[in-house]
Design a protein around this ligand. Structure first.
Ligand code: OOG
Length: 267
């Protein structure tokens, strides 16, 4: 994806949009899609809004610990009606431990996804390949992501969702930490259970053919934004299956082949 598109809005509008998204996140109140008020918004503009949001949260003390790729599997693209992947940032404030109770009242309409996460031990920058990503990976491990679009009805277009930090809300690392060459990540199966019933089934190959491809895509988007992926980053490759909506009282368990499982409950 190239971000050398025209900027259609000035810096003031970018800051206004970032504040709108941040307020919706903070108070769990949905807003209309940004493109309803800024119909010419480009992908490049959307990432400018995401960057402004990241800077605002950093000023308030949140620490960026990694990134996520999103909309990287066909089941997710079909569920959301968007056909291009994107990226979002993750901060320490979004992390929750495995086996914890996650509060729902501070989110609008949370949904849960099962993902494979990469932890890097070398900086990745520029245009990189799947092999470069695997060579810079210390270990891989399962993760759950809780997404929460700030847009009414969980309906958006690519520009709006990228500006909304790709719906990032909470993430839960868990399961086993495994060397990336110890498993074929394409054939890692996952069973996502919702209140003890099987809700979704998938395998790593759903994610752009191989989850490491999603990380390579992400590093390319960071490069377009003038950023690198530092060593020690926690990076999620994107949902393997469609996302599952949750409400207070629900439990979710994701079971990964050879990589262990993660359970969380919602309250
Ligand atoms: C956008 C974010 C999707 C993933 O892993 O595919 C995402 C959304 O569906 O709200 O995080």
């Amino acid at each position: 994806m190239s971000l050398d598109q025209p900027k259609t809005v000035d810096e003031e509008a970018i800051i206004r949009m970032a504040e709108r998204v941040e307020t919706a996140q903070r108070y769990a109140v949905p807003i209309r899609k940004l493109t309803e008020d800024y119909p010419d918004l480009t992908i490049a503009d959307a990432y400018r809004v995401q960057t402004a949001l990241r800077r605002n949260l950093e000023k308030k003390g949140e620490r960026v610990i990694g990134w996520k790729a999103g909309l990287t599997s066909k089941p997710k693209m079909a569920q959301m009606g968007v056909s291009t992947p994107g990226v979002g940032f993750l901060t320490d404030a979004m992390e929750r431990p495995a086996n914890s109770k996650i509060t729902v009242s501070d989110m609008i309409h949370p949904r849960v996804e099962a993902e494979i996460a990469f932890v890097t031990n070398k900086e990745l920058s520029g245009k990189v390949t799947r092999e470069d990503v695997l060579a810079a990976t210390d270990y891989v491990q399962p993760a759950l992501e809780v997404i929460d679009s700030r847009f009414t009805g969980f309906k958006f277009d690519l520009e709006s969702v990228l500006a909304d930090n790709s719906s990032s809300a909470r993430y839960v690392p868990g399961g086993r930490m495994i060397r990336p060459d110890a498993l074929d990540l394409r054939t890692v199966g996952v069973v996502l259970e919702h209140n003890g019933e099987i809700a979704q089934i998938g395998a790593g190959a759903e994610v752009l053919g191989h989850p490491a491809e999603a990380i390579a895509m992400l590093v390319g988007v960071l490069d377009d934004m003038g950023e690198v992926l530092p060593a020690g980053s926690f990076v999620m490759a994107g949902a393997i299956t469609a996302a599952v909506a949750v409400k207070p009282g629900d439990s979710i368990t994701a079971r990964f082949y050879e990589m262990g499982s993660i359970t969380v409950t919602f309250t």
